[in-house]
Design a protein around this ligand. Structure first.
Ligand code: F6R
Length: 615
């Protein structure tokens, strides 16, 4: 949450910062701002709203600021203080010679603010972030031996909470100071120029060489290089990583929205997750990232999977898969609950953290708790080099490519494919025969083609969305492997269309939610063929007899379901464990079309942002 960019080099900083902010807008779009530094002058321009609004406002900048070759920019997801011009970053000190941007939350801001106010500091915003710039100012002014770097370091020692910051000063005009604790920062390495960002998206068009800052590190970035030190001032050796994604992966590629592009990428994504890891003909699976630990994983008494949001729904499917195939007991916990409830995990247990971004604050904190308790910690992340990926003992990347749409789609299917392969790996030589594994893998390898066939139903699904676009509520029902899909379908609908939606295990309907059903309530059933199919048909009848409006996902050729409702989306059949990978796709499209028909901006749903780096 909140996007940070910085540039120092030989080119004009302004267009680089604006382009970078556009690439980071999925991290927040409440306000945008930037600070440019040229010689002894810092110019700040910031306002409520989008980066394109900010870009239009930059026409007023004087020529010498347009020529500036150092600058920092920020796109905000509001925590403390409403979205407004005043609360937009960057923040300046009173003498306007220090500018700062911040991602994270300063938890002790209130006491720091009171202290600074009592010393004469004047605050112009309601944010927690503004204390940082005044704190650096106070410390720097209090001791003439300090420089910007040491003043920033000393200031951060007073701060509780999370931060990713960039600081510039006209008193030391050839450097950017950056520091992180809990909020990601990456340095992109060019030739005579350096780029700073919250993630690699704004960097990829300039260079593929990056250095990831770790928690508790502070870096001084100049045109000639960078030095990274710990907050205790000890120099840190850093590894330069090569990014392996190209610009086309972070552009819309002819689609109206990133979300739609990412939904349509899913067949390819499924292939990418499997590539080099499975050989269906020979029945082989090799998960390189965990191979060293596979025996320990198989011996786990108990596996806990922690995640948030959509990744939590994937985790729930993972529980069904691992318990069914590998017969290991699995518990699924919201990372935000796990971290605070003194969970019972120990050295014989495995904790799996699932996160698309690899930066979600609660999931990262759950990882720390699990580590402290001695569990083997394993990650399933999409973003290469992300904090969770780096801090887990072992793990696997989902290789879904950058997910820019705020509503997660392809990351979910990639996670489920990964969990399917993990469950089979854990069963190998224990609970399932080699031939059975080969059979499952062959079925898995047919999934991308089946997913492509579902995407061809886009027009029909849009037609259904047109009929239901005015609904105020919706109920999603599924059983077994498709109960988590019902939860995911409901989450997708509510987060992008603002229609209130609930997911339930279908059998639970009669224990309460049935009271909600009337002629205005769309009820979306996942009614594919599995052991509970007959029960689902009865549930559909129960809804129909109360005049509810039924939409069903059923398997091609199912005459029973089409007898019960005309709104049926027919999808290819699969085994029950693989069905979530197919049933979720029509639900993603249904949510997408419902939202766009209602005029919602699906790539920027209100109040949301990607990569939730605050609690
Ligand atoms: C929903 C969505 C969120 C994320 C959640 C976890 O569409 O995107 O619910 O799934 O914030 O994010 P990651 O997977 O990055 O940890």
């Amino acid at each position: 949450m909140c996007g940070i960019v910085g540039y120092i080099g030989w080119r004009e900083a302004l267009p680089i910062l604006l382009q970078g902010l556009k690439r980071l807008e999925y991290r927040g779009y409440d306000s945008a701002g930037l600070a440019l530094l040229n010689g002894s002058i810092i110019s700040v321009i910031k306002q409520k709203g989008s980066v394109s609004g900010l870009e239009a406002a930059t026409v007023t900048l004087p020529e010498e600021m347009r020529n500036a070759t150092i600058g920092i920019g920020h796109t905000r997801w509001a925590t403390h203080g409403e979205p407004s011009d005043q609360n937009a970053h960057p923040f300046l000190n009173a003498s306007r010679d220090i500018a700062l941007i911040h991602n994270g939350i300063v938890e002790n801001f209130s006491s720091l603010k009171q202290e600074l106010i009592s010393q004469g500091y004047i605050f112009l915003s309601e944010t927690d972030s503004e204390v940082l710039v005044h704190l650096i100012d106070r410390i720097w002014k209090s001791d003439s031996r300090l420089d910007l770097e040491s003043a920033t370091r000393n200031a951060l020692r007073h701060v509780d909470g999370a931060y990713g910051i960039c600081v510039i000063s006209s008193r030391e005009p050839d450097k950017i100071i950056i520091a992180r604790k809990g909020s990601p920062l990456v340095i992109g390495i060019g030739t005579g120029e350096y780029f700073i960002a919250s993630d690699a998206a704004p960097i990829v068009e300039h260079t593929n060489k990056v250095v990831y800052l770790s928690d508790g590190e502070l870096a001084v970035v100049t045109r000639d290089g960078y030095t990274v030190k710990s907050i205790e001032n000890i120099e840190q050796a850093k590894i330069v990583t090569e990014l392996d994604y190209s610009l086309d992966k972070i552009e819309k590629g002819g689609f109206e929205h990133f979300m739609l592009k990412e939904i349509f990428e899913q067949p390819e994504v499924m292939k990418n997750v499997m590539r080099g890891r499975v050989n269906p003909e020979k029945g082989l699976i090799h998960l390189g990232g965990i191979s060293e630990y596979l025996d320990r994983l198989k011996q786990a008494k108990h596996i806990v999977i922690c995640a948030c949001g959509t990744s939590w729904h994937a985790a729930l499917i993972g529980k069904y898969l691992i318990e069914e195939f590998a017969r290991i007991k699995v518990e699924v916990d919201y990372a935000s609950e796990f971290r605070y409830r003194n969970p019972i995990v120990g050295v014989d247990d495995v904790v799996i953290l699932i996160s698309q971004s690899g930066e979600t604050a609660d999931t990262l904190a759950a990882l720390h708790v699990a580590k402290e308790k001695g569990a083997l910690v394993m990650g399933i992340c999409n973003v290469v080099g992300s904090t969770i990926a780096r801090e887990t003992l072992c793990g696997m990347y989902t290789h879904a490519g950058p997910e820019i749409g705020v509503a997660s789609t392809k990351a979910f299917t990639a996670q489920v494919v990964m969990l399917y392969m993990l469950a089979l790996s854990l069963s190998k030589g224990r609970t399932i025969s080699h031939d059975e594994i080969a059979l499952h893998l062959r079925e898995l390898s047919c999934l991308p083609e089946k997913a492509s066939r579902i995407l061809e139903l886009d027009g029909q699904i849009k037609g259904i969305a047109e009929r239901f676009r005015d609904a105020n509520n919706a109920l999603y029902l599924g059983r077994g492997y498709n109960f988590p899909v019902a939860l995911e379908g409901a989450l997708k609908l509510k987060e992008i269309s603002y229609i209130h939606a609930e997911g339930y295990p279908a059998a639970e309907m009669k224990h309460g939610p049935i009271a909600l059903i009337d002629k205005d309530m769309p009820v979306i059933f996942i009614a594919t063929h599995d052991s509970t199919y007959a029960k689902i048909l009865s549930n559909i009848e129960e809804v129909r007899s109360r005049k509810g409006r039924v939409i069903a996902i059923a398997n091609v050729g199912d005459g029973e379901v089409s007898r019960l409702t005309e709104d049926v989306i027919f999808i290819p059949s699969s085994s029950a464990p693989l069905s979530p990978l197919l049933t979720v796709i029509p639900l993603q499209l249904l949510a997408y079309h419902s939202a766009t028909l209602r005029g919602c901006n699906v790539d920027r749903p209100r109040n949301l942002a990607k990569s939730v780096t605050v609690e």
